[in-house]
Design a protein. Structure first.
Length: 150
């Protein structure tokens, strides 16, 4: 690691601490030449993940899209931002644990709905109504019946 002040390569780690629940490491370093200290962060590099859309086009996975959908479905619900972030972390972990380079948007949608079902039933129905593109009241009622039966 080169020093950001003098660009010398002789730096050493003074202190290391885990951050983000052990998912990253914060390192304090000191340059052996100019003696200045600086901080670096290490994070596991995730495999690039492509999402296969309904029209078979591909785009890079974007966590923000899942967050936005869940935020919309939880609108005016007694759910905190931290709870939503935690749910998205859980969903993202499930997606990455599949260890696929490409994943269908329909699989992601099903994972989100599965997690939302136990998280908040109203948010689940809201998300499902948009995701499954309910055409009429009957399909909406069928989904509600499934939810009540389980």
């Amino acid at each position: 690691m080169n020093c950001p002040y003098c660009d010398d390569a002789n730096t050493r780690v003074v202190d290391s601490r885990p951050i983000d629940d052990g998912k990253s490491i914060r390192r304090r370093r000191q340059c052996d030449i100019c003696k200045k200290r600086f901080t670096t962060y290490e994070k596991v590099e995730a495999l690039p993940l492509l999402v296969i859309k309904k029209d078979n086009s591909r785009e890079p996975y974007d966590r923000a899209k899942i967050e936005q959908g869940i935020f919309r479905s939880c609108h005016k619900r007694p759910v905190s931002v931290d709870q939503i972030k935690s749910l998205v972390d859980e969903i993202e972990a499930t997606i990455y644990n599949l260890e696929e380079r490409e994943i269908s948007s329909s699989i992601i949608g099903e994972i989100v709905m599965d997690k939302l079902k136990g998280f908040d039933p109203v948010a689940y129905v809201r998300f499902a109504s948009v995701y499954r593109e309910f055409k009429d009241v009957n399909t909406f009622m069928d989904e509600l019946k499934k939810l009540l039966d389980s």
